[in-house]
Design a protein around this ligand. Sequence first.
Ligand code: ATP
Ligand code: MG
Length: 389
Amino acid sequence: MKELILLKCGELALKGLNRRTFEEVLMKNCRRRLETLGNFKIRSAQSTIYVEPENEEIDIDEAVDRLSRVFGVAALTRAAIVEKDFAKIRAAAPGYLREALEGARTFKVEAKRSDKTFPMKSPEICMEMGAALLEAYPRLTVDVHHPDVTVYVEIREVAAYLHTDQLHGAGGLPVGTSGRAMLLISGGIDSPVAGWMMAKRGLEVMAVHFVSPPYTSEFALEKVRTLCKKMSAWCGRVRLVVVPFTEIQEAIRDNCPEDIFTVVMRRMMMKIAARIARENGCGALVTGESLAQVASQTLDALACTDVASDLPVLRPVIGMDKDEIVRIANKIDTFETSILPYEDCCTVFTPRHPKTKPRLGYVLEAESRLDAEAMLACATENTRMETIG
Ligand code: ATP
Ligand code: MG
């Protein structure tokens, strides 16, 4: 039996005139995600996207799995394509739906008829199909309120489609429809989750990672690459910029008071990230900061780092508890990688007694002992860019 995957667009429907553009981007993102699996025909009509494999060997389960991670898809289902002839639809249903119906005790049928020229009305389709399924599976009973399985018969413009319950999609908006942002990614738990959350709102995510060899190892960088790879299953291709940070950290260590070492370092990160972000057409920075999680994330510390960036700084996990962040990290499969032991440049030269209430004046005064502009220029000139996913 020929099958396809139906994608229901969520919020897209609300976007009025933009809807068409959003659908185009969503279809492009779907096509990219399926690229390595085979050729698909992808088209849209009435807030539904039709994804049809061009040959029979294509692994549809894998396609469904990949599409369930595409932002902008509210729900999805695989469905049989049947000619719009009720006798054929009725004949196809028991066999196609066998697996779902054999495992169920109760069911109901829902019919959707967007082709109003189809000779039968929805209630009639439901009744006839219900009767056919009861005949094929005599142990089943109908329960219209809480059925184990709902069988959908959709009569649309080109064909009829048969399927059971839909899966939840990734939700959100298609990546790219909200612009582009630069994620400051460490090897920790929070920043990949932050990137995922912003990609969910339609941002194309680029990433920047600061390395401080020999204090940080190649292993730490490899871990960040793995995290980007895992994010790319949701966010699409991630471009990762690797920035050398050793000399800056050493200069801060040698010239600034220890208690504000981390804040000065974070300000330098923001400045460098903002510059690279602008060069790459990003409209914002994204970090994994969560209020009061550590000394450098108190309100006073954030006030000091925030002003270092001339781009808006998005902090989607700012109000989340660690266990809430971990729940998302598990869902997006970054957690196990994030907890591998590693040295981040943030954990090098960590002050013994960091100031939890740094004042900006004090921080700026300390910073004036550094040749910040030269450092910034040097760091941004020596970056390497990799494309992941
Ligand atoms: P995470 O779990 O994301 O590492 P964290 O709670 O450990 O977060 P910090 O180490 O204080 O927090 O870092 C705060 C934020 O600064 C991170 O979420 C990330 O956005 C950014 N950051 C930290 N280290 C780096 C780095 N080496 N490269 C790029 N960004 C970094
Ligand atoms: Mg960290």
